[in-house]
Design a protein. Structure first.
Length: 165
């Protein structure tokens, strides 16, 4: 299937459908790509109403925190709404622009380590548990893949719109 970014979950899943879950979460080169850009470039916006790179890193980290907690709930068979939160509100009420890019990347790496640790605890049975995401019934494994796909989506935007070499 060919999904567009506005399709949310299906599009994110398509971006992260290959390899094991652990490999997918370890292979995304976000840190390697962003750790050497300067603070000035990290504050750049390609349009006035778009987030800068620091805000995008903070958003990716927030997204993973939120979604991993929901994945945890689903893994334990708790009824949970998998999709949706107000990303604009979260970014608006953050301190991302005040923090250094390095501190945001460190926070992201810590969240990622926690995510991988959680993934390592899951059984095949847990990964097959289902819940609703938007109008789709999905497995926990698909939901976890969508978290990595969301990051890949934003990394593509950063590489394209922020002209990183």
């Amino acid at each position: 299937m060919n999904y567009k970014p506005k399709d949310g979950f299906p599009y994110y899943f398509e971006l992260a459908k290959n390899n094991s879950l652990r490999a997918i979460f370890k292979e995304i080169p976000t840190i390697e790509i962003l750790q050497n850009i300067g603070e000035e470039k990290a504050g750049f916006r390609y349009e006035p109403d778009k987030w800068n790179i620091k805000q995008i890193v903070g958003h990716i980290t927030d997204h993973e925190r939120i979604k991993m907690f929901r994945a945890f709930q689903l893994s334990r068979n708790e009824s949970v709404q998998l999709w949706g939160y107000d990303q604009e509100l979260l970014v608006k009420n953050s301190r991302f622009e005040e923090l250094s890019l390095q501190s945001l990347l460190t926070d992201f790496m810590n969240v990622r380590k926690s995510s991988i640790s959680f993934i390592d605890t899951l059984s095949e049975h847990q990964l097959k548990r289902k819940a609703m995401a938007q109008q789709l019934e999905i497995t926990l494994e698909e939901f976890l893949r969508s978290i990595a796909g969301h990051e890949k989506h934003h990394l593509k935007i950063i590489q394209k719109r922020y002209q990183l070499e």
